[in-house]
Design a protein around this ligand. Structure first.
Ligand SMILES: NC(=O)c1ccc[n+]([C@@H]2O[C@H](COP(=O)([O-])OP(=O)(O)OC[C@H]3O[C@@H](n4cnc5c(N)ncnc54)[C@H](OP(=O)(O)O)[C@@H]3O)[C@@H](O)[C@H]2O)c1
Length: 257
């Protein structure tokens, strides 16, 4: 989609979502931004407005199906939505549940899978009516290979990667593009406690890559190439060695928390 004019971004209050919101801001653009932290979300909205965009923003938990549906309809009434980023997501380090591992895992599944469904379904419904639009689902390079130490997170990213690829085929006849994004480490709140995240890039750079590449509606965008290559090579290394490397990384992360 070239020059999208009405864009929904979930998880726009920080990180990749924030960088995408700023990147797409400009005169004639309507942005619908969501997140949960009002202070951070309204700060992002102010910057986007200064850059010329009209912004509608609301603190909504993506787990709330009805509120997501209502917000998306509200945005559509202002200007027909042509681009959606299902970006909101959490990992063990950013989950709000801290009580026990079961609550944390349930929250990761609910936000990363149901949250994406609550974004994509109402958007698809509307895009089918006007037979136009693009949906971008933010998965992860973690979807390429099992992630010991972050098993549930990795599983949710596999699920939404497959969801996006299947929906892409199902919705081609309606002229709706669907692209899955698989980033490696990006410097955001999610990675701030990692000690040596490999080939980490800034959220601004990630947004620039996404902005440039989704125009051609590719099936999947994975970056950075260096991490992708490493990941593919790691498939021939025995699992126990990979697990040792990842565990030592996670141990050192815990020590810093
Ligand atoms: N950073 C990486 O290395 C990396 C790599 C691969 C993929 N990703 C994916 O990229 C996406 C963005 O993450 P990020 O790195 O930018 O992390 P981030 O800075 O923590 O941003 C996550 C965003 O999601 C929002 N969010 C979280 N839970 C939510 C909920 N229940 N309801 C509504 N919004 C919610 C947060 O909003 P509030 O804080 O306001 O709640 C925030 O705006 C995620 O899907 C993540 O899995 C990140």
């Amino acid at each position: 989609m070239k020059n999208p004019r009405s864009i929904l971004i979930t998880g726009a209050s920080s990180g990749i979502g924030e960088a995408l919101a700023k990147k797409y801001s400009g005169p004639g653009v309507l942005l619908g931004l969501t997140g949960r932290n009002m202070q951070r979300l309204s700060d992002v909205a102010k910057v986007c407005e200064k850059l010329g965009a009209e912004v509608v923003f609301e603190t909504i938990d993506v787990q709330n199906r009805i509120k997501m549906h209502d917000f998306i309809r509200r945005l559509e009434r202002k200007k027909s939505i042509d681009l959606v980023f299902a970006n909101a997501g959490i990992s063990n380090s950013t989950a709000s549940s801290k009580l026990n591992y079961e609550d944390i895992e349930d929250e990761i599944v609910a936000v990363n899978i149901l949250g994406v469904l609550n974004t994509v379904r109402p958007a698809l419904e509307l895009m089918k009516l006007h037979q136009n639009g693009q949906i971008v689902i933010i998965s992860s390079l973690a979807a390429y290979s099992p992630t010991p130490g972050a098993a549930i997170y990795g599983a949710t990213k596999v699920a939404i990667k497959n969801l996006g690829l299947a929906l892409r085929t199902e919705n081609r006849e309606f002229n709706i593009g669907i692209t899955v994004i698989c980033p490696g480490f990006v410097d955001t709140l999610m990675t701030e406690n990692l000690i040596h995240p490999l080939f980490i890039i800034s959220s601004k750079k990630a947004a620039n890559i996404i902005y440039k590449k989704i125009i051609k509606n590719p099936k999947i965008i994975s970056f950075p190439t260096s991490t992708l290559i490493l990941l593919l090579v790691s498939k021939i290394i025995p699992d126990r060695i990979i697990f040792k490397i990842i565990s030592s990384q996670l141990d050192s992360d815990k020590k810093t928390q």
